[in-house]
Design a protein around this ligand. Structure first.
Ligand code: ATP
Length: 207
């Protein structure tokens, strides 16, 4: 039964910004180990807020989890700094990708490896990313700022792989991409899930 026990449990949470604006109330969800769960919602419904509550990024935006609890792999995440959560296996691919535009793809991966693991990038780190994203290998010496939106999304997900996560939170991975690229990105997400056993919680806007 271990394969269906939850890696993530969100229980009845409430989120408030600026001590005044309640954005989430009574939200519960769970992600079974090794599975992909998609959360759909309209513009402004609180999808990004849900992911920020899980990765403990609310504080940076004057937000707070005021009720409920969140458990990753059975442990309460409350009070765990975001970087500690990354080390324990939760990786948040934020909306907007946030790549270093003035660095090459390879330099982005070097920076990510150091920031995420505290060690120097090795060929194995690059190979892992390029195995799933051959397009990034082709463009590895090019500046990330010149990549298309889809390629930047690949780089953002590729960086996540370096952290060897158990759970990836994906904020609107299809945003701004052509239908063909959306299909490519989702195929790769499914492959990462199937081959590496990484659980995923992704949020998308419904039409
Ligand atoms: P989108 O698809 O537009 O990204 P979303 O479902 O991800 O929408 P959120 O970004 O979570 O929605 O925002 C939910 C609500 O919370 C919105 O009304 C937004 O204006 C508000 N909100 C988000 N961040 C803050 C903040 N830092 N301070 C105050 N209000 C905020």
């Amino acid at each position: 039964m271990d394969s269906v026990s939850p890696i993530l449990e969100v229980n009845n949470i409430e989120v408030v910004y600026n001590k005044a604006i309640q954005v989430l109330r009574g939200l519960s969800l769970s992600v079974p180990k090794g599975q992909i769960v998609a959360l759909l919602g309209s513009n402004g419904a609180g999808k990004s807020t849900t992911l920020k509550a899980i990765s403990n990024l609310l504080e940076l935006q004057d937000g707070a989890l005021t009720r409920g609890d969140i458990r990753f792999d059975g442990r309460d995440t409350r009070g765990q700094p975001p970087h500690a959560l990354v080390r324990s296996g939760v990786f948040h691919v934020m909306e907007g990708r946030h790549v270093f535009e003035d660095l090459t793809i390879e330099e982005n991966l070097v920076a990510a490896t150091y920031a995420l693991t505290g060690r120097r990038a090795s060929q194995a780190d690059f190979d892992l990313v390029y195995e799933y994203f051959p397009r990034l290998h082709e463009r590895r010496k090019g500046l990330a700022g010149y990549l298309s939106g889809g390629e930047q999304q690949m780089l953002a997900i590729g960086r996540a792989l370096i952290a060897d996560p158990q759970l990836i939170l994906l904020d609107e991975p299809s945003l701004g991409l052509s239908p063909v690229l959306v299909e490519t990105i989702f195929e790769i997400i499914a492959r990462i899930n199937a081959e590496r056993g990484v659980s995923m919680l992704l949020v998308e806007q419904n039409a």
